[in-house]
Design a protein around this ligand. Structure first.
Ligand code: KE4
Length: 435
């Protein structure tokens, strides 16, 4: 498909003069795959239209929020109705009570919850509360997991079995990550060793219960259970970062799907249905540390914003419709797309490992039969992924522009959309085979 990109190219040039990299979040700049990003003019259902009139099947879904596709009529109607009543009061509303009660009802670990405006705020606040609750400073996170851009989370693994972290980007002072220990994802032995040495100094362990930020990597058998055991034994607060998995892998998130209950949960993305909304919650005794009840301060001008909460409530209502039928559909869509991609890669002799959990899918360009952690993921051939991504885009399929991301399929992906993915993948894997 020869697509004209002139308007997007011109906009990208203008954007780069006034916005770092021309984008408001780095991954959107296509630097991991090469080429230039389409500038989106409109979207509806599973489709996006760029400024040059090209149509794409959207496999990103705004990086997770759009479980039901773009511009869903039910969300539009709810938001339009709220707009006429105003959209930000800086005062408590019935909407926030309804949302908090919906979260408490949906998420097994949550007895009390605070609404914020992003996933970063949710994880940052959850960790501060865990530190305030335990009186400890140590944080455990896992390589390849991303929890937003709070300084103390931008840490890379120190050397040795239980050493604390080093800053992984400029601008983060060593002191900010000095208490952050980064362990290999899915490594139960290293986890147990670290907690044997440091457990009593660890305030919290935060984990993506299904990883999406190194590509889709499911928890190894026993990993989440081991994490629950060692944190329980050491008095460490276990935080599930369900910003990506929450309300996507099940209505109760990965913790419902895998039947493991953390002490706290960070949420976002689907919760707001594409509007800026995050949340953190958990056990009542922990959440009652939060101001104004307790001594841990956290605040936000637009926290619980009526418009965002309205969009979120309309989205959660769609999640519950037809006896939560969307989740079975999303599992089927994810499995179908994963199998189509495997078949075309095999036909063209391209070595890939396709990993899928529910509607989260990643095509790893690797000879490894499985990708279990960040070290495995880093072995991927990112150049081949870039060739494949560009070919998919030229065929009208907008896949996440990074090997280390997951695609987020929506409930509106049906036969027509899967046929498009199949046609595009056939050509894209052919391009990679010739690369
Ligand atoms: P936000 O602050 O971007 O709303 O959420 C941060 C965050 C927290 N936890 C998890 C598990 C996340 O995946 C994220 C953000 N996810 C990325 C996608 N890898 C958002 C896309 C982007 O950064 O542009």
């Amino acid at each position: 498909m020869n697509i004209s990109r002139n308007r997007s190219l011109g906009l990208f040039e203008n954007a780069q003069a006034v916005i770092p990299g021309g984008v408001n979040s780095p991954v959107r700049a296509f630097r991991a795959v090469g080429g230039n990003p389409p500038f989106i003019a409109s979207a509806s259902g599973p489709w996006m239209i760029d400024e040059d009139g090209n149509q794409f099947l959207d496999c990103i879904g705004s990086w997770g929020p759009l479980l039901f596709g773009h511009a869903h009529p039910a969300v539009i109607d709810a938001v339009q109705s709220q707009l006429r009543r105003g959209w930000s009061y800086g005062a408590p509303t019935a909407l926030e009570v309804e949302m908090a009660e919906a979260i408490v009802d949906a998420v097994p670990s949550v007895e009390m919850v605070r609404l914020v405006s992003s996933g970063t705020e949710a994880t940052m606040a959850a960790i501060r509360v865990a530190r305030g609750y335990t009186g400890r400073n140590g944080i455990v996170k896992f390589e390849g997991n991303y929890h937003g851009h709070a300084d103390f989370l931008l840490a890379k693994a120190g050397s040795g079995v239980a050493t604390f972290g080093l800053p992984e980007c400029a601008g983060v002072p060593p002191a900010a990550t000095a208490d952050t220990m980064t362990l290999p994802y899915n490594d139960i032995v290293r986890l147990r060793e670290a907690f044997a040495v440091r457990g009593k100094s660890i305030a919290c362990a935060i984990v993506e219960p299904v990883a999406g930020n190194m590509g889709c990597v499911p928890p190894a058998p026993g990993f989440l259970q081991a994490l629950r055991e060692v944190t329980e034994a050491s008095g460490t607060v276990l935080i599930f970062d369900e910003v990506m998995t929450g309300f996507r892998l099940a209505y109760g998130g990965a913790q419902q799907r895998f039947a493991i209950e953390p002490d706290m949960t960070a949420m976002g993305k689907v919760l707001g249905g594409g509007m800026p909304l995050g949340a953190y919650g958990g056990r009542r005794d922990i959440m009652e540390c939060v101001a104004p009840v307790g001594p841990v301060y956290q605040a936000g001008t637009l926290s619980g914003n009526p418009l965002a909460v309205t969009a979120g409530l309309a989205t959660l209502s769609l999640c519950r419709a037809d006896d939560y039928g969307v989740y079975k559909l999303l599992d089927q869509v994810g499995a179908l797309v994963a199998n189509v991609l495997r078949e075309h890669a095999k036909r063209h002799g391209v070595a890939v490992t396709v990993q899928q959990v529910g509607s989260m899918v990643t095509v790893f360009f690797t000879e490894e039969p499985q990708v279990n952690n960040y070290a495995d993921a880093r072995k991927c051939n990112t150049q081949k992924f870039g060739v494949w991504h560009g070919a998919m885009l030229n065929e009208g399929v907008y896949w996440p522009p990074s090997q280390f991301e997951a695609a987020f399929l929506c409930s509106l992906v049906g036969d027509k959309e899967i046929d498009l993915i199949s046609t595009a993948a056939d050509k894209a894997f052919k391009s990679v085979a010739a690369f």
